[in-house]
Design a protein around this ligand. Structure first.
Ligand code: ADP
Ligand code: MG
Length: 198
């Protein structure tokens, strides 16, 4: 089973996206999704897109054209719906002692800076997921800060539990990084994923 099929079969919600090969296609998809939308460079050579200037939040068609023109020179363009909420990461690692573990923490591009992580052996229960979130230093973000409403914690927990089932379906998974998983008031969606298979 391929990873995307495995994720699909786990029913983890993902942000709506289309992959465009031309500027025209990118414009068409962007119009369909509405603004803001997010454009990302898809290229075998680039795995950390932000560092390569490969992520643009476009507010209008002119910005879509500009980014798409640049990205189509290097590869394809992924046009994605913009998701509002708290950026979490949900990962899987194969530990020498414990086997596959599920990790979660405050995500985004500063994940290495925060080092705010909780982990449990896969598969986890909802109760495990709850206690993992309670361990996080950044847990207050989930309860709503600066006038924001609390996030849909159940949606986050659901995704954590589902992803923790992945090693059972794909024992050859060495590493998975869903970063960010963006959880808002209403829903949570996977926005970016990287993985290593053995
Ligand atoms: P990479 O990790 O390869 O740099 P990401 O797809 O994770 O690329 O995007 C980097 C950052 O851009 C995310 O951490 C998030 O802050 C922002 N971002 C990416 N996609 C979206 C989206 N669909 N909605 C809102 N913000 C996004
Ligand atoms: Mg990412």
């Amino acid at each position: 089973m391929m990873l995307d099929e495995a994720l699909k079969s786990l029913n983890v919600p993902t942000a709506d996206f289309h992959v465009a090969k031309t500027v025209k296609d990118a414009e068409r998809f962007a119009k369909k999704l509405g603004f803001p939308c997010v454009l990302k460079l898809v290229s075998k050579k680039v795995s950390h897109k932000t560092e390569a200037g490969g992520v643009v939040i476009a507010r209008d068609l002119a910005q879509v054209r500009e980014a798409a023109a640049r990205f189509t020179k290097e590869g394809s363009v992924l046009v994605q719906e913009f998701c509002d909420g708290v950026e979490m990461f949900i990962g899987i690692k194969k530990d020498q002692t414990f086997g596959h573990v599920l990790l979660t923490g405050i995500g985004g591009i500063f994940v290495e800076v925060y080092k705010d992580v909780a982990f449990r052996v896969c598969p986890i229960t909802k109760r495990d997921a709850e206690s993992m979130l309670d361990e996080l230093k950044g847990k207050a973000l989930l309860a709503g800060v600066r006038g924001k409403k609390p996030v849909n914690r159940a949606a986050l927990i659901d995704a954590m539990v589902k992803l923790s089932e992945l090693p059972r379906k794909m024992p050859n998974i060495e590493e998975l990084d869903v970063n960010p998983f963006i959880v808002g008031e209403k829903q949570g969606v996977a926005v970016d994923a990287r993985f290593v298979l053995k």
